[in-house]
Design a protein around this ligand. Structure first.
Ligand SMILES: CC(C)(COP(=O)(O)OP(=O)(O)OC[C@H]1O[C@@H](n2cnc3c(N)ncnc32)[C@H](O)[C@@H]1OP(=O)(O)O)[C@@H](O)C(=O)NCCC(=O)NCCS
Length: 168
């Protein structure tokens, strides 16, 4: 039980990541997919993530009994003038394991890792007024601003996105 940094995902792990993502989309989390996204859409996404894991694209997994129950990504900028910053993406915890501190542990580990890599600025965006937004505010992320109609919710409704940053 605990946090791992993935080098490459096995087929079983890809399936677990797909299930985790699908589940969150099913309860309307705005994480890049729609209610009518197909299994192939999820498969393409996770295979692509797995194939592109490297020093700048880091995937953290939280496992319990060898099963992935939480995940988050750290994407370090490759821009010559931006190597000090990174984006945080797709923080997801299996619903049956939420409110047990798993996302908090994943984010703490991600921040420690980023700090050791000389990253001094983290950015992320999330749906305005979502539970995730409250989570980030509670974890001392600064609200940079709101972008109206930035993304569609899984049901197709346009929603505002809150952009956050954190200085490490
Ligand atoms: C946002 C999300 C990742 C949070 O995951 P989580 O593992 O439930 O988060 P945590 O357990 O760390 O924190 C949630 C709550 O549990 C509480 N908690 C923390 N440690 C705890 C523990 N050991 N025992 C019980 N509760 C605990 C926290 O204080 C927090 O309380 P709050 O609701 O008052 O803020 C989860 O809701 C999720 O996957 N949502 C869907 C996907 C999504 O929208 N992701 C954001 C993409 S940008």
């Amino acid at each position: 039980m605990g946090i791992e940094i993935a080098k490459i995902l096995s087929e079983a792990e890809i399936t677990e990541c797909i299930n985790l993502t699908k589940q969150a989309v099913g309860y309307m989390a705005s994480i890049g997919f729609m209610l009518d996204s197909t299994t192939q859409d999820y498969l393409d996404y996770w295979v692509n993530i797995s194939n592109n894991l490297n020093d700048n694209n880091i995937l953290f997994l939280y496992k319990i009994n060898n099963k992935i129950v939480g995940t988050v990504q750290l994407i370090i900028s490759c821009k010559l003038n931006g190597k000090h910053r990174a984006q945080v993406a797709k923080l997801i915890v299996d619903r049956s394991y939420q409110n047990q501190g798993i996302a908090s542990k994943l984010m703490l580990e991600l921040e420690k890792f980023a700090f050791l890599k000389d990253i001094t600025l983290l950015v992320l965006d999330t749906q305005t007024d979502s539970y995730a937004e409250k989570f980030y505010l509670k974890h001392n992320w600064m609200l940079s601003g709101l972008i109206p109609n930035y993304a569609k919710m899984p049901n197709g409704d346009l929603s505002s996105t809150s952009v956050f940053h954190k200085i490490l």
